[in-house]
Design a protein. Structure first.
Length: 159
């Protein structure tokens, strides 16, 4: 897993056709929106607001980030929208009079399992606006971990 960013949203949008600007991958990532910048990897110190990944089974990571940004900036209505997390972010920004373009967006890419990565990141950061737990990974259920006896060889190697 590799962390990229974070980039101030304003900066990211201004550089959408700049080849030197890293961009969210098409698939297999987990994004984090925070109020402050972080280095190397996000922690509670960056005031994480929202984290998420791919929904459903489709390869839609970059597209989900686009959905998120659209709704963060207020492009949704009472009946229609793209991303509930983006709408929570918009409401938060409106309430505290924060410009959404001043928030930071970073992401983890090349995750060995994006579902498990999302669960681990959301559990670790406890972002302020995440209201429900990420979907459970169908491949690596928590109970499967418990079944595995810890041997000397495997001790400490579990992610
Ligand atoms: Zn998994």
């Amino acid at each position: 897993m590799k962390w990229v960013g974070p980039y101030r949203l304003r900066h990211l949008l201004e550089n959408s056709v700049n080849d030197k600007q890293p961009w969210p991958p098409e698939h297999n990532g987990v994004y984090v929106i925070s109020q402050k910048e972080w280095t190397e990897l996000p922690t509670a110190d960056c005031l994480p607001l929202y984290a998420g990944g791919t929904t459903g089974k489709s390869a839609r990571f970059c597209t989900r980030v686009g959905d998120l940004i659209a709704d963060m900036l207020g492009f949704f209505g009472k009946e229609t929208g793209h991303h509930s997390g983006g709408q929570h972010l918009y409401d938060f920004c409106e309430k505290y009079q924060i410009n959404p373009l001043d928030l930071f967006l970073g992401w983890a890419e090349q995750c060995s399992c994006f579902r498990c990565a999302e669960t681990s990141i959301v559990n670790n950061l406890a972002p302020r606006l995440n209201r429900k737990a990420p979907p459970q990974c169908p491949k690596h259920k928590a109970k499967d971990y418990k079944k595995k006896p810890l041997t000397t060889a495997s001790r400490g190697t579990r992610e």
